[in-house]
Design a protein around this ligand. Sequence first.
Ligand code: ZN
Length: 215
Amino acid sequence: MSNANYIPGRDDDDDEIEGYVKIDRYNTGLIENLSGHYHNILKQIGENPEREGLLKTPERIAKAMLYLTQGYDLNAKEILNSAMFTEEYSQMVIVKDIEVYSMCEHHMLPFFGKAHVAYIPNGHVVGLSKIPRVVDVFARRLQVQERLTNEIRDCIQETLNPIGVGVVIECRHLCMSMRGVQKQNSVTTTSAFTGAFLHDKTRTEFLNLISAKLS
Ligand code: ZN
């Protein structure tokens, strides 16, 4: 999708977040179209979209939605390939406590928490900052936590071809806590492994390392 229609600096919203205007999907035609739908939704839930506080809300939701689903336009494998280099290091590499913000595909409500990602290089390593980027690319789509976990694992496995990959994600789902389906503070944990991480010893080492606190 093109951003040709977007005029930088046009948006003077005071709730604008830094980086918010950088998305390719940010084109005015799409935003107008989405805003029309959200205007309708506001009416149908019993609101008055013409009252002052809601005047710009449809447009804000449209922009927020495009931001929160920008992962559809990003290619995680390309991101890893762009920062991959040859290195003989062959110990476990762990990036832990990566912030995750995603939306469940069943209710379009947020789920959020932490991801911990590890791999054992097989001749190639990747710039560490790229791992959180990969998490983000898959999280910024409508998701279920299980699939998110597998997609991160598979992307790293298929690109870096390491000796193994381990991914653990711990999230709170607002569709559960806000709707009172489960205890307010319950956390869902998912995990996905390949190669060496399928063996007890390596997996246990990984799980111990992500639960250890730095002293
Ligand atoms: Zn849900």
